[in-house]
Design a protein. Structure first.
Lengths: 113, 114
């Protein structure tokens, strides 16, 4: 069965500092991997996705993620965090039957000014 | 193009009451999903549909029913609400075919069961 682990429940960074959010997955074949962001009171918005090819993928809002098959990881990074990046971030893996995705439990990001 | 919309945005129920949550999408997507989000547990799939007239159980289907009578709509029903069903409910949709397609989410419905 597929699964996703986000080991950090909360992360606090200072504005302008770099960010890395961790994601580890379990999947029987080549996975499709996603990062979504959820601002308070909002739905989920796709940041980026990996299907194949270049293991470093670029997303919106200056985020990037690197797929490392040997480590079963898909960590999200940003070189310089902005206060508006404060949100909850979810990693997801698929596909399951019916295009199902399995989500991690999320990482809450706080940005200190 | 509104994307995925959900009705209502917020609802308070008493234990034992019933209600239906409506999800609508205008992207002609085949696949639709209902999730619940609870603190510390991420999103868990309740039910999903791979096309009009079809439904299937997800990870946490007990206490919920769904219907997909029209391609653009996916209804989630609670026949007898329980406090354990207090949650935020999200609907999502994706297009048919390759599993690469992104799921697009609605804004959510906050449900409080007293």
């Amino acid at each position: 069965a597929q699964s996703v682990t986000q080991p950090d429940i909360h992360i606090t960074v200072s504005e302008g500092a770099s960010l890395e959010l961790r994601c580890n997955y379990s999947y029987g074949a080549t996975p499709y991997l996603f990062w979504y962001v959820q601002s308070p009171g909002q739905g989920l918005q796709l940041l980026l996705k990996y299907f194949s090819g270049d293991t470093l993928v670029q997303g919106i809002k200056g985020f990037e993620a690197e797929f490392k098959r040997s480590q079963s990881s898909f960590n999200l990074r940003k070189p310089s965090v902005h206060w508006s990046d404060a949100a909850e971030y979810f990693c997801a893996v698929g596909p399951g039957g019916g295009n199902k995705l399995t989500f991690g439990t999320g990482t809450q990001l706080k940005v200190e000014l | 193009n509104a994307g995925v919309t959900q009705t209502p945005k917020f609802r308070v129920l008493k234990t034992g009451q019933s209600m239906t949550l409506l999800c609508a999408q205008d992207m002609n997507h085949e696949y639709m999903y209902w999730y619940r989000q609870d603190p510390g547990m991420g999103l868990r799939l309740i039910h999903y549909s791979v096309g009009e007239g079809t439904t299937a159980k997800g990870e946490v289907p007990d206490g919920y029913n769904v219907s997909r009578l029209k391609k653009q709509n996916f209804l989630l029903g609670l026949e007898s609400a329980a406090p354990s069903q207090t949650s935020v409910y999200f609907c999502a949709s994706s297009s048919q075919g390759t599993a690469q397609e992104t799921q697009y989410f609605g804004p959510g419905t906050r449900l409080l069961v007293l």
